[in-house]
Ligand binder design. Structure first.
Ligand code: UAG
Ligand code: ATP
Ligand code: API
Ligand code: MG
Length: 469
């Protein structure tokens, strides 16, 4: 690493790896790539004090250029030094998996807080310390943002830090330098193959949380009902492992006696956690998986039964099976299902609650995994009585092309394409009769729609409430 003396002499005010965000006094990390020099020049023109690069300095920038073998490694070491090693001052907990991370992370934060521990949270919806909440751009932020936030958490007196670790972040080393006290695995199903290419690569990225980043004395808590979870359990060498199985697999450490599914919650009887059943307001079988996993984790790190109960009784997660409209007959929920597994599971729960016709409005994000689209089409067709296929965040793709991919998996007449999401929700709402249930899937808490490179205000809840008046 650059010596402390060098860093101090430079008089650095901040760290930055994105020329668009440079502030005067920043040390700029020029990540390797064709445009590294161009970004470095922009950074210097905006007042960066120096550039850390791994290619020879352009002659005219030699006095401002610090040559290192790996900018990525240097960025991690300097972040640790500059922010006073914040992660070593808290117990850090992470959850990974395709679905259920945000829900579980909210639960974890809630249980730790109920237990009297000051806790920070980082994930898809927000970065949060107590009542201070900042909306997130990524599920796991870039390493510099992450360290800066951890330093704030330490400053605020946090003892615990809960975060979602996405596969992208694990693969890219956004969490470099963290030694987790606990790591949870929810499940692994199809998503992100645009980035990881194969399920095996995707699994290996998730596995890094347990092999590279979990502390030697940390605990791994794993859902072994999932085949990749079972594989993880078998493959990782960790002192403390807890296996969790809603299905009651032989040999699992935590299995329920019974799970009762209510219209507005769950009652879980889990002898390994408590002698008496525990209630939550989270709904559906998939949430039973999340709750079991997090309860098991809580027990393993010494959170009291009372705190587990208290958190489960009150926790709510925005945009996850969120009942947006309910007049006692017609019900509309907003849910963040944007993978085949999530859509299938959410429709299954909705079906169990629906007395009339079950409909779904959904689309798929642009510039993301294309292969999941036709699978989601088939799932919507099988799981619901009627589907409105529409746009999610098209990003730079043509919305019609995305919809064509989805529809290629659909073979019945029980669906209609409406490109405008607002129009699709409007029609779906207008079609509702007594007893019907509508699932508006894919965007959950998002209050925007990304078309091209622009974020427009868009909120599923607002449209539903307007239409169901
Ligand atoms: C594919 C991917 O993950 N890309 C992430 C990655 O970008 P990258 O290193 O490839 O960056 P790049 O855009 O090629 O640029 C290279 C370097 O030049 C810099 N740059 C770039 C442009 C410029 O004008 N000036 C400049 O200095 C960039 O800051 C970067 O340091 O590293 C960046 C910094 O950490 C991330 O912001 C960026 O996330 C992009 C925006 C993204 O959309 N990522 C998504 C796919 C993602 O990460 N999603 C997961 C969710 C997964 C889940 O929920 O399951 C997440 O954790 O959110
Ligand atoms: N354990 C689970 N198994 C399968 N599906 C789930 C599970 N938990 C939640 N879901 C479904 O997945 C959606 C997303 O849940 P959540 O936001 O908790 O997951 P996530 O892993 O954080 O997703 P992302 O990676 O996109 O941030 C929910 O709205 C629900 O439809
Ligand atoms: N974390 C997810 C977000 C997807 C949300 C969905 N609304 C979309 O835009 O595809 C991802 O990066 O795939
Ligand atoms: Mg999430």
């Amino acid at each position: 690493m650059l010596s402390e003396t060098v860093l101090k002499n430079l008089g650095i005010q901040g760290l930055c790896d994105d020329s668009r965000k440079v502030a005067p006094g920043d040390l700029f990390f020029a990540m390797p790539g064709e445009q590294a020099e161009e970004f470095a020049r922009t950074a210097l023109s905006k007042g960066a004090v120096a550039v850390v690069g791994e290619t020879e300095a352009p002659k005219d920038l030699a006095s401002k250029w610090i040559l290192v073998p790996s900018v990525k490694e240097e960025r991690a070491s300097v972040a640790k030094f500059f922010y006073h090693d914040p992660f070593s001052k808290m117990r850090v907990h992470a959850i990974t998996g395709t679905n259920g991370k945000t829900t579980s992370a909210f639960l974890m934060e809630s249980m730790l807080s109920s237990d009297g521990r000051k806790t920070a949270l980082v994930g898809t919806i927000c970065k949060k310390i107590g009542d201070k909440v900042i909306a997130s751009n990524l599920t796991t932020p870039g390493i510099l943002e992450l360290y800066a936030f951890a330093a704030e958490a330490v400053e605020a007196g946090c003892t615990d830090f809960v975060m979602e670790a996405s596969s992208h972040s694990l693969y890219q080393g956004r969490v470099q330098g963290i030694a987790y006290k606990s790591a949870l695995f929810s499940n692994l199903t199809e998503d992100h193959l645009d980035y990881h290419k194969t399920m095996e690569n995707y699994f290996q990225a998730k596995k890094l949380l347990f092999t590279r980043y979990l502390a030697a004395d940390g605990v791994a808590v794993i859902n072994v009902d999932d085949a990749y979870g079972q594989r993880l359990m078998d493959e990782i060498v960790v002192a403390n492992k807890v296996s969790v199985s809603r299905l009651g697999l032989d040999g699992a450490n935590v299995v329920p006696n019974s799970i009762q599914s209510l219209e507005d919650g769950l009652v879980l009887d889990v002898p390994a956690i408590s002698k008496t059943p525990i209630e939550t307001r989270l709904v559906g079988e998939f949430n039973a998986d999340n709750v079991l996993l997090v309860m098991s984790w809580a027990k393993s790190i010494g959170i009291s039964e009372e705190s587990i109960r208290k958190a489960l009784a009150t926790v709510k997660v925005p945009g996850r099976f969120e009942m947006t409209f309910n007049d006692g007959s017609r019900r509309v929920i907003v849910d963040y299902a944007h993978t085949p597994d999530a859509l299938e599971r959410v429709l299954r729960v909705a079906r169990s609650l629906c007395k009339g016709k079950l409909s779904v409005v959904f689309g798929c994000g642009g510039d993301r995994d294309r292969n999941k689209r036709h699978i989601m089409g088939a799932i919507a067709e099988q799981g619901a009585d009627f589907a409105w296929v529409t746009s999610d965040n098209p990003r730079t793709e043509n919305p019609e092309d995305i919809i064509a991919d989805i529809v290629s998996g659909m073979h019945s007449e029980h669906f209609k394409v409406i490109v405008s999401r607002e129009e699709a929700i409007r029609e779906a709402c207008q079609a509702m009769q007594a007893g019907d249930f509508l699932v508006v899937a894919g965007k959950g808490h998002e209050n925007y729609q990304i078309i091209g490179k622009t974020k427009h205000h868009f909120d599923d809840h607002e449209v539903i409430l307007r239409e169901m008046k």
